[in-house]
Structure formats: structure tokens, C-alpha cells
Design a protein around this ligand. Structure first.
Ligand SMILES: [Zn+2]
Ligand SMILES: [Zn+2]
Length: 349
């Protein structure tokens, strides 16, 4: 199987890979690059039209935001992803099959293409894939982390692949998960003693549920508030969740007056409702904590620039150390690290 990288290597965004063999051609993810005036993957019309399938790893825009563009380029294949990913996507695919339906036991075959998949720990619905055909194999971790509080990760272990495309979004940073968590909880503890309101903009699906669990478990004494979407997510039950909701702290609907920690399901705060709410909270003495990628030109970036917020990472990806450990725990003949701005070279075995 031949791999063509259409985006996502040496850049944070636009994840898209094309795999072709004499028998088939398919895509893994079709993401966009936020803030780029040419945000789409580098695929020709011939490549787009030859793809029989698009396997999606999860619903974040840097992995599936190019679907409409793919259709406009003549894509006529079947989209395959986990059921929660389909539910979360804004654009509904024309031909779609859930992974749970197509490969129900996490291992199976679609027209001679052997597929193995597992939950990747990154958000609800996120998965990794291993494909094999005619003795040739390739693995995609998707956005992957084994360090999770609420999401399940079916750890990739003892797997052989001729090629592995693995998440190394944090590049050469060597900070461990425990160190990141310690830094975040310590800083939040300090900030909540200084500011009446803390604003935590989080993605619609992903780290927010992890962060509220972390803060509550570390004994931070605060009232928690969330928007409708966030509260709904916390009560969601699906096989991607690790724990029962009983571990979650009490959370109330967003109040415009009360002190506490506010979870807003909009990481860049670009939509008018979230921007307006955060502006109101700031006017009441609030301060924002951005825990993931802050996009250029976003309202979140403006808050940092104007001194009303700061960035403290909560990790939902791998860095170089986790990548090396993953390679040691498996048998990858060659490795491509993706999702980092810089080029990362990892020698496996
Ligand atoms: Zn993601
Ligand atoms: Zn991603």
C-alpha cells in the first residue's frame, strides 16, 4: 500500500492521507487548516474521484472539515467513521456507514481490505485504524492519547505495521501528562483566588469533560457552570466514556451573575453568542484560560493579547516521548509523525 500525504505533516491542521493499492484507494481524514486562505488538502481531482472510501478518525475540523470541498471535487465514495463522529459532524455524508456496523468486532474486512480499529482517547467517537491488504499494512493513530480521565483508549500494543502515521502534535515538548495536569490545577487554584470568574473555552467534543473532571478531582473549591451543549455532553452515555457520570462535579447552567468557573463550548470564542458571554464575564472581572490551540485572529487570541487571558495546556495529543514509547510497544517498520508544526523524525525499532 502506498501512502500519499495530502496534509497534516509539518503542520497543525489539514490532516489528510491517501492510501492506494492495485485493488483500492481510500482517504484517511480530510481536514482543513484554520486561518489559511487555502485551507484544503493537497489532492487532485483525479485523486479525489479515485477514492472509494473516506475513513474519519474523529469530528474535529482539522480532520473532517474538508468534506464539502471533497464532494465539490467529485468524491463519490463511502464515508466510514464511528457513530458518535457522524452525530457530531455538521455536514452529513451522502453515503455513510458506521464503523460499528461495518467492522463490529473492531476487526474485520471490507471488500478485501482488512481493518482493525480502536478508541483513541482523544474525544468521544475518536478512533485509530490499521489497514492491511495483500500482506502490506499501515496504521493511523488519529489524534491519540493514552492519558485520559474520562475517554477510553484501546491502547495500541504489539501491532505490526509496515508504516505508522502517528500523532505527535506536541512535537519536541517533553512535558509529561502529570506535569501538565499539575501546572494547570496549580495555576487555576491561584487564578480562582484572584479572579471571581474563570472562563474556560473548550471544544464542543473533547478536552472540556477531561478538564472539569481534573479540576474537581484536585479539590478546587468553586462553583462550575456550563453552556447547554457542555452540560448535555456531560450527561451523554456512549461506549467512548470511561467512567460513570457520578464522578462529575455538580454543574449549573450559565449564570451571568455568579462567581465560579465557566465552561463555554467554543474554543476560539468566535461565534457571537460565546463572544458576547465571555465579554460580559470579563466585564464582571473574569479571566480566560485557554487550554488548546489558539487560532490566529480569534477572540480567544485577542483575550490573551489584551491581558484578559492566558494559555495553559491540557494535553489531548502525544509529544515526542509518547511517540517513542508507542513505537517501542509495537513493531512499526517506518514512522511518520503528524500534527506537529515542525518535521519530527522518529526511528522505529
Ligand atoms: Zn482532534
Ligand atoms: Zn487534530
Amino acid at each position: 500500500m502506498e501512502l500519499y500525504i495530502a496534509g497534516g505533516v509539518g503542520e497543525h491542521g489539514r490532516s489528510c492521507f491517501m492510501v492506494s493499492s492495485p485493488d483500492t484507494a481510500f482517504l484517511v481524514d480530510c481536514g482543513i487548516m484554520a486561518g489559511d486562505n487555502k485551507p484544503y488538502p493537497h489532492l487532485s481531482k483525479e485523486q479525489i474521484q479515485s477514492a472509494e472510501y473516506l475513513f474519519l478518525t474523529h469530528s474535529h475540523a482539522d480532520h473532517c472539515g474538508g468534506l464539502e470541498w471533497l464532494y465539490s471535487g467529485g468524491f463519490d465514495g463511502t464515508v466510514i467513521s464511528s457513530a458518535p463522529t457522524f452525530e457530531q459532524m455538521k455536514i452529513k455524508p451522502k453515503k455513510a456507514v458506521t464503523l460499528e456496523e461495518a467492522v463490529p468486532c473492531a476487526e474485520g474486512e471490507i471488500k478485501g481490505l482488512k481493518i482493525c480499529w480502536g478508541r483513541s482517547g482523544h474525544c468521544t467517537g475518536s478512533v485509530w485504524y490499521r489497514f492491511e491488504q495483500n500482506g502490506s499494512s499501515i496504521l493511523f493513530t488519529g489524534d491519540y492519547t493514552e492519558n485520559t480521565l474520562v475517554y477510553r483508549c484501546d491502547k495500541i500494543r504489539g501491532i505490526y505495521a509496515d508504516r505508522a502515521v502517528i500523532d505527535c502534535a506536541y512535537g519536541h515538548y517533553t512535558t509529561s501528562y502529570a506535569e501538565y495536569c499539575k501546572a494547570l490545577t496549580e495555576r487555576v487554584t491561584q487564578l480562582i483566588s484572584e479572579y471571581p470568574i474563570l472562563i474556560l473555552p473548550v471544544p464542543k467534543y473533547g478536552r472540556g469533560e477531561e478538564i472539569i473532571t481534573l479540576l474537581a478531582a484536585s479539590g478546587i473549591n468553586a462553583e462550575y457552570y456550563g453552556d447547554e451543549h457542555f452540560i448535555k455532553q456531560l450527561s451523554d452515555k456512549n461506549p467512548f466514556w470511561k467512567k460513570s457520570r457520578s464522578d462529575m462535579p455538580k454543574i449549573s447552567s450559565v449564570s451571568k451573575e455568579d462567581k465560579g468557573i465557566y465552561f463555554i463550548s467554543s474554543p476560539q470564542l468566535n461565534d457571537p453568542l460565546s463572544a458576547e458571554l465571555s465579554e460580559h464575564l470579563i466585564s464582571r472581572g473574569g479571566y480566560a484560560v485557554l487550554t488548546g490551540k489558539v487560532e490566529k485572529g480569534s477572540f480567544s487570541e485577542e483575550l490573551i493579547k489584551t491581558g484578559y487571558g492566558e494559555f495553559i495546556r491540557y494535553p489531548v495529543h502525544q509529544g515526542i516521548n509518547e511517540c517513542i514509547a508507542l513505537c517501542r510497544n509495537n513493531h512499526f517498520k517506518s514512522v511518520t509523525a503528524y500534527h506537529a508544526k515542525e518535521k519530527i523524525s522518529i526511528i522505529s525499532e
